[in-house]
Design a protein around this ligand. Structure first.
Ligand code: SF4
Length: 380
C-alpha cells in the first residue's frame, strides 16, 4: 500500500491549500482555519459490505440503492464504478475515502434558507450514478476510485474536525453522495449525535427505502432538478425524470428542509414552456414558498460547443416563476444581481442581501421578517 501523510497549515481567511494530484483534483481546505490539518492519503479502497442489494438466484447481485438496479456478476462493478461484487457480497469501495474536502460557505451549495452565513465541511468521493453532459466535476464524478487521490477520513474524524473547528454543518456534495451512501449515512448519524447538521447536495436519483432511512439523519437536501422533461434526462443526464420527482416529494413529505436548483442550459432546457411547467409543478406539489435557484451554465465537459446562458434567459426564467407565484426565486452565477438576495414576500423589503457567497445584511429575526413579522420558511 502506498501511503502519504500531508500536514498542511492554512494561513488565514480565504487561503486555499492544495495537494498535488495525479488527476488534477485539488483535495484541500478552504476557509479561515488556523489549525494544522493532517491529510492521510491512501491507495487502499474500502471493503465494507454495501447496504441495499440482494443476491440473485442464479448468482450475482442486484443493487437496489438507486433506480438503475444494476445486476452485477462476480468481480464486476455497477454503473457508478464504486460498488463491486466479490463472491456475491456487494462492497462499497469508497467508505471513508473522499477525494475532495473543503470548508465552504453554505451559500455555495446553494442553500439560502438554511443557517445563512455558516460554513459546511464539504466532501465527495469518486463516482456518480448519472453522466450529465455538462458536469462541472466530471474529473471526480466520472472517475473510478483508483483514479483519484483519496484520503483516509472515517466519519469520526470528520465529526471531530467539525467540533474542533466549530463548523456546524457537513455537506455531502461535489459528485453524487448517493453512491457513497453508507459513508454519508454513518457520518450524518454520528454528526447528529454530536450536534452537527448534515445536508445532501444531490441529483435525487435514489430509491425510496434508502432515501427514507437517510432522511432520518439529514437536516436539509438540495436537489438538482435538471429539467422538467424526461427527454432531457434521457439524453443529457442518462437518467429519468419520474424517480427524481418522487424523491423530491418524499423529501418534502419527510419535513427535511428542501431547496431546488435548475441549471439553465441554452437550447436544451431553456424554453418558456419548460419554465412555466417547472413553476406549475413546484406550486402544485411543493408550495409557493419552496426556494428555487436558477443557475447559469458555462461550457463544460461534453457540452463545450454551447455558449454560457444569456442573462436575459435567466431573467425570463426568474420572471415566469415569480409571475406563477413562487416566492423565493434566485439567480446564481450572476454576481451582484438583485435576485441573489432574499426578499420578504409580504412587505417586499430585503431580508438577506448577498454578494456572491457573502451576506451583506440579514434582517431576519429568527424565522420572521424584522419589518413586518411575516414568517420566512427555512432553518435559521
Ligand atoms: S448505486 Fe451504483 S451500483 Fe447501485 S444501482 Fe445505482 S448505479 Fe448501480
Amino acid at each position: 500500500m502506498m501511503k502519504r501523510r500531508y500536514f498542511l497549515k492554512c494561513l488565514g481567511c480565504g487561503a486555499v491549500l492544495t495537494a498535488t494530484s495525479q488527476t488534477g483534483l485539488i483535495p484541500g481546505i478552504i476557509g479561515g482555519i488556523q489549525n494544522a490539518w493532517a491529510l492521510d492519503f491512501t491507495h487502499e479502497l474500502s471493503d465494507m459490505e454495501a447496504r441495499y442489494y440482494k443476491k440473485l438466484e442464479n448468482g450475482g447481485v442486484e443493487c437496489i440503492l438507486c433506480p438503475r438496479h444494476c445486476r452485477v456478476t462476480d468481480l464486476e462493478r455497477g454503473y457508478c464504478g464504486v460498488r463491486e461484487n466479490r463472491k456475491d457480497v456487494y462492497h462499497t469501495l469508497v467508505y471513508g475515502r473522499p477525494c475532495a474536502v473543503n470548508i465552504d460557505p453554505i451559500e455555495k451549495k446553494p442553500l439560502f434558507h438554511f443557517y445563512p452565513g455558516t460554513t459546511a465541511f464539504s466532501l465527495a468521493t469518486a463516482g456518480c450514478n448519472c453522466n450529465c453532459k455538462f458536469c462541472q466535476n466530471y474529473d471526480i464524478s466520472q472517475s473510478r476510485p483508483e483514479q483519484t487521490d483519496n484520503m483516509n477520513l472515517p466519519p469520526e474524524e470528520i465529526v471531530s474536525s467539525c467540533l474542533s473547528r466549530k463548523v456546524p454543518i457537513i455537506a455531502y456534495t461535489y459528485s453524487e453522495p448517493v453512491i457513497f451512501y453508507e459513508y454519508m449515512y454513518d457520518t450524518a448519524k454520528l454528526g447528529r449525535e454530536k450536534g452537527i447538521k448534515s445536508v445532501m447536495i444531490t441529483g435525487g436519483y435514489i430509491e425510496k427505502d434508502p432515501l427514507a432511512d437517510l432522511l432520518n439523519h439529514l437536516d436539509a437536501v438540495k436537489v438538482d432538478l435538471k429539467a422538467i422533461r424526461d427527454g432531457y434526462y434521457k439524453n443529457i443526464v442518462d437518467s429519468e425524470l419520474r424517480p427524481i420527482l418522487n424523491a423530491i416529494l418524499q423529501i418534502k413529505k419527510a419535513g427535511v428542509w428542501l431547496e431546488l436548483v435548475y441549471l439553465v442550459v441554452p437550447t436544451l432546457n431553456d424554453s418558456e414552456s419548460e419554465f412555466k411547467d417547472l413553476a406549475s409543478w413546484i406550486k402544485t406539489n411543493l408550495g409557493l414558498d419552496t426556494p428555487l435557484h436558477f443557475s447559469r451554465f458555462y461550457p463544460q465537459y461534453l457540452l463545450k460547443d454551447l455558449p454560457p446562458t444569456p442573462e436575459k434567459t435567466l431573467q425570463m426564467a426568474h420572471d415566469i416563476c415569480r409571475a406563477e407565484g413562487l416566492e423565493y426565486v434566485y439567480l446564481g452565477n450572476l454576481p451582484r444581481h438583485p435576485a441573489e438576495s432574499t426578499y420578504c414576500p409580504k412587505c417586499g423589503k430585503v431580508l438577506i442581501e448577498r454578494a456572491g457567497y457573502r451576506i451583506l445584511q440579514n434582517n431576519l429575526k429568527g424565522n420572521y421578517c424584522s419589518y413586518c413579522g411575516h414568517e420566512i420558511p427555512g432553518r435559521y
